[in-house]
Design a protein around this ligand. Structure first.
Ligand code: PHE
Length: 455
């Protein structure tokens, strides 16, 4: 093995929690969850999502944190080290590689959507949405997507911000960013739910989210909900493993993971409760896709007194939430490159950032110049899918579950009990519960959902 690099550690338990919640809470909660729930028919999707968060994402997050803290290195290296310690196959390292690849792909489109949110801040400041109706708000959004130059510019700005934080390292950049942003976002989101309850069609919105129509549970919906559970919790690609590598020994992993998963699901739910009442009060289409929040929120803010100010503020917080996630997507790759030695973190973050930025152009053009390019058009399921749709689908529905599957197998079947129980710090009974779920329930659920979808 190469000479060893000592990574920094989180300066406190709380900063770790903020950073990990910051990673989990992001566009996945505020942008993706509502639109996916809308496209997939509401309650059925939400129910399966909750099941997957509890029985798949949570145990795998614990596995990632424990592997990270024991390995103390980037995902491929931590896996390699732990495998070597137990005289297991070196191929386990490749699981880390699946994660690195997934992080590249996710960040490439994440930055573009983060750019959309950033672009909305000046729109609010300029008063664009004051008193606007649904048609006007929709037209504004469509016009933005149709313009590749606008998307290009905002994608670039968002990527520069991400690189800026990662280049500064853990304590200098990431910790500072998360400490005040997450609490503010939460408070504004609660305020927005109250607004939606008063002004929107709350009953219909809540019905849509919580009414479980079992006939709507199709294989595709189950797969989408599982993919969302992985994506939203930042699990399956080594983000949590990387954050775990910086984790002080004093942190209790199961409690931390529980906090992160619950906070993440709760924010998604709040976002849904803020958005669907507005959707139904305005006769909008719940299944309209990725533009959902970019149409409903401006509509709500446009109708309220002081709405332009609150709107600008809210979108600033979305941007921050997105940044704390995009940072966590760039960090695993950067930490891996850093371990190879010789090149300073700053340079690595910039170079990797540029590669991912270039990859992001596929997403930028998916909404305009290449809107009619369907690379897998010969396959029925992907007949209409753009590059963006395919990258989004492949990462959430294939890469993350696959990565998560192997991480669970490694932590619960391959690692020896002393290591995993020691890191998790659980008594025999609770350790047994975790191991049972991580051995049987999570991997089998992932495998079953995969197979069910192929048939
Ligand atoms: N969980 C983040 C979100 O919900 C996205 C993300 C996925 C971040 C995977 C890191 C790793 O926005």
């Amino acid at each position: 093995m190469q000479p060893e690099l000592q990574h920094e550690q989180w300066s406190s338990r709380l900063t770790f929690i903020f950073a990990a919640v910051g990673s989990a809470v992001g566009l996945g909660n505020i942008w993706k969850f509502p639109y996916m729930a809308g496209v997939s028919g509401g309650g059925a999707f939400v129910l399966v999502y909750f099941f997957c968060a509890a029985l798949v994402a949570l145990p795998i997050m614990m596995a990632e944190l424990l592997i990270g803290r024991r390995g103390r290195l980037s995902p491929p290296r931590s896996m390699e080290r732990l495998a070597a310690d137990g005289a297991h196959s070196r191929h386990w390292k490749k699981v880390g590689w699946i994660g690195v690849l997934a992080a590249f792909l996710i960040l490439s489109f994440y930055s573009v959507i983060g750019g959309w949110a950033t672009a909305y801040v000046p729109k609010f400041v300029a008063g664009t949405f004051r008193g606007a109706d649904a048609a006007a708000v929709g037209a504004e959004f469509d016009a933005m997507l149709a313009d590749p130059v606008t998307l290009f510019i905002w994608h670039t700005i968002f990527m520069i911000a991400t690189v800026w934080f990662v280049a500064r390292g853990i304590s200098g950049g990431i910790e500072k960013a998360v400490n005040f942003m997450m609490p503010s976002l939460f408070i504004l989101l609660v305020a927005l739910v109250i607004y939606a309850a008063v002004e929107g069609d709350f009953a219909k919105g809540a019905w849509f989210l919580f009414h479980f129509d079992f006939s709507k549970i199709t294989p595709a919906v189950v797969l989408a909900a599982m993919g969302q559970a992985f994506f939203s919790a930042s699990v399956g690609l080594g983000t949590m493993m990387t954050y775990g590598a910086y984790l002080p020994r004093s942190v209790h992993i199961p409690r931390a993971a529980g906090t992160i998963v619950v906070a993440d699901a709760f924010v998604a739910l709040l976002a849904g409760l803020a958005i669907f009442p507005i959707v139904f009060a305005n006769g909008l289409d719940a299944g309209s896709g990725p533009g959902l929040v970019f149409v409903t929120l401006p509509l709500a803010f446009g109708a309220m007194p002081g709405g332009m100010l609150f709107g600008a503020l809210f979108f600033i917080l979305i941007v921050f939430a997105a940044l704390t996630s995009s940072i966590s997507l760039l960090e695993p790759v950067t930490s891996y490159a850093e371990e190879r030695g010789g090149i300073p973190r700053r340079v690595l973050a910039v170079v990797i950032g540029i590669v991912i930025w270039a990859l992001g152009l596929f997403t930028v053009f998916s909404f305009n110049l290449w809107a009619d390019v369907h690379p897998l058009g010969m396959i029925e399921r992907f007949r209409e899918a753009t590059f963006f749709d395919l990258i989004d689908y492949a990462t959430s529905n294939i890469f993350l579950p696959l990565g998560g599957f192997f991480i669970a197998i490694f932590a619960a079947w391959i690692l020896d009990r002393a290591t995993s129980q020691g890191e998790l710090d659980l008594d025999d009974r609770w350790y047994g519960v975790w191991r049972f779920i991580a051995r049987y329930v999570s991997p089998v659920a992932v495998a079953a959902i995969f197979i069910y979808n192929l048939s």
